[in-house]
Design a binder for this molecule. Structure first.
Ligand code: CA
Length: 247
């Protein structure tokens, strides 16, 4: 099969800023998406039923009904992928968005390329969009995972190798997965729930201290001074974030 997975993928864009709407409609259409625009929250809910989109791009700050309430309302009846669009520096809103069921988020201003990459990633993770069923497996098994490098840490997911400031370190499986997930989302806070869900699975009911223990071990491997972590930072009451140093 050679057809791109975005052909005829219907996107509901809930956004009230005309400058964003214009750019996104042009950009996403060019990427092969079929875009429907809702300019406020109540229109988004109406169009959700009318259009039955494959993915929703949901601005958090919408007139009439907020993005959070739109997300909560849609999540109550559908597992359609939702990407929240937040303003810069609204970390708490972002966390609320993830807690009410958004699959991912991008912060404004963002690059179209980044947005499309996130859209494709959530679509890949969603069986909803895989009529064949086999494609998802083929994608996740066959696809090469890029080597990530940041803050002196290099992680190679396919070869299961980690180098810290040039020295190879040996991480346990879960520590490795945790580091990889944090680095894939460098600069973005991941909630405890999201981390536990992605690393241990949604059916994990063990002690939530497990996460902290793994973070602590991971820090002992990657931080220059594990008692003053600079790479894997705690976002109080929320979760953890891999901080890519600005250079
Ligand atoms: Ca807005």
């Amino acid at each position: 099969m050679t057809s791109p997975d975005t052909s005829q993928t219907k996107v509901l864009l809930a956004e009230d800023e005309e400058s964003f709407i214009d750019a996104l409609v042009v950009g996403l259409t060019r990427e092969g998406f079929e875009v429907t625009v809702a300019r406020d929250g109540s229109e988004a809910l109406k169009l959700f039923d009318a259009v039955e989109p494959d993915l929703i791009l949901l601005d958090l700050m919408l007139p009439k009904v907020s993005g959070i309430d739109v997300c909560r309302s849609i999540r109550a009846r559908s597992s359609v992928p939702i990407i929240m669009v937040t303003a810069k520096g609204t970390e708490i809103d972002t966390v609320v968005g993830l807690e009410v069921g958004a699959d991912d988020y991008v912060a404004k201003p963002y690059r179209l390329r980044e947005l499309v990459a996130r859209m494709r990633a959530v679509l890949r993770r969603t069986p909803h969009n895989q009529p064949g069923g086999d494609e998802e497996q083929a994608g996740s098994i066959g696809a090469a995972h890029p080597v990530l490098e940041s803050g002196g840490i290099q992680i190679d997911p396919d070869r299961h190798l980690v180098f810290v400031r040039g020295e190879e370190v040996h991480l346990r499986r879960k520590e490795f997965d945790l580091l990889n997930l944090l680095m894939e989302n460098a600069g973005r806070v991941l909630t405890r729930d999201v981390l536990i869900d992605r690393i241990w699975g949604s059916d994990y009911y063990g002690d939530t201290k497990t996460l902290d223990v793994h973070i602590k071990r991971l820090r002992s491997h990657v931080e220059v001074d594990p008692s003053h972590p600079l790479l894997i930072t705690t976002v109080r009451g929320v979760g953890y974030r891999f901080d890519a140093p600005r250079s």
